[in-house]
Design a protein around this ligand. Structure first.
Ligand code: ZN
Length: 227
């Protein structure tokens, strides 16, 4: 769970990046390319509103020139209702008092990390990279650092392995994630080619869903700071 190159071993080895095709995971993909000798991308498709996420993730992986795998993880959306997979539900715009917004998909990141670890293990990869952030986590409990640390221990115990989960965005707000993309030389790619919007509109998105608001406010803040 490091986010600087200095903290990694001299032989950085290989990493598997969880890539959804959004701003965060795309930034993580290019971060990983700077950190590790070889990188693969895994997209867990779980019946989101927008199957095009997989195609966008695939095209980003192609641009980054890394092997790409899409995994059918749709079982997650059949376990419980949420507004990302059930088109009949109106998305909560913010966290309701005392509960989570209905865009929360219970267990999602635990499933994703478990799938990623099993696949990484089959490729002899011990580094896993995920774009979760506690700074801008939309109220989701499985984006928190404590969860990631616990999951890391659990995966190691479950498979008797030494996985290391890297969360380069954990303590960055959205403006700082834009800054990182810029540092990595992929600001325009992230701005124009990724899909973060819950309504399935690439780049700037619909502008009014919770994901767009977070992304676009962060972008405005970053562009203002940059001036
Ligand atoms: Zn949107």
């Amino acid at each position: 769970m490091t986010d600087t190159k200095q903290q990694l071993s001299p032989s950085n080895g290989a990493a598997l990046v969880l890539l959804s095709g959004g701003q965060d995971s795309t930034t993580c993909l290019f971060w990983a390319l700077k950190q590790f000798d070889s990188v693969r991308a895994l997209c867990c498709a779980y019946g989101q509103r927008h199957a095009q996420e997989v195609e966008i993730a695939r095209s980003i992986a192609a641009k980054a020139d890394v092997p790409f795998q899409a995994l059918d993880a749709s079982v997650i959306s059949r376990l419980a209702d949420n507004a990302l997979t059930n088109h009949d539900l109106e998305m909560d715009q913010q966290q309701p008092a005392g509960s989570y917004p209905n865009t929360f998909v219970p267990g999602r990141n635990l499933f994703f990390l478990t799938f990623a670890a099993v696949i990484a293990r089959s490729h002899g990869i011990s580094n896993l990279v995920t774009g979760v952030s506690q700074a801008d986590f939309s109220g989701y409990p499985d984006c928190r650092d404590t969860f990631i640390r616990a999951a890391n221990v659990t995966l190691n115990l479950a498979m008797d392995e030494h996985f290391q989960i890297h969360t380069p965005l954990m303590w960055r707000n959205k403006a700082e994630v834009w800054a990182l993309a810029d540092e990595l030389g992929v600001f325009d790619l992230v701005r124009n080619e990724t899909l973060t919007c819950y309504n399935g509109i690439k780049a700037e998105g619909c502008g009014h869903c919770p994901a767009c608001k977070l992304r676009n406010e962060g972008l405005l803040t970053y562009l203002k700071q940059k001036k």
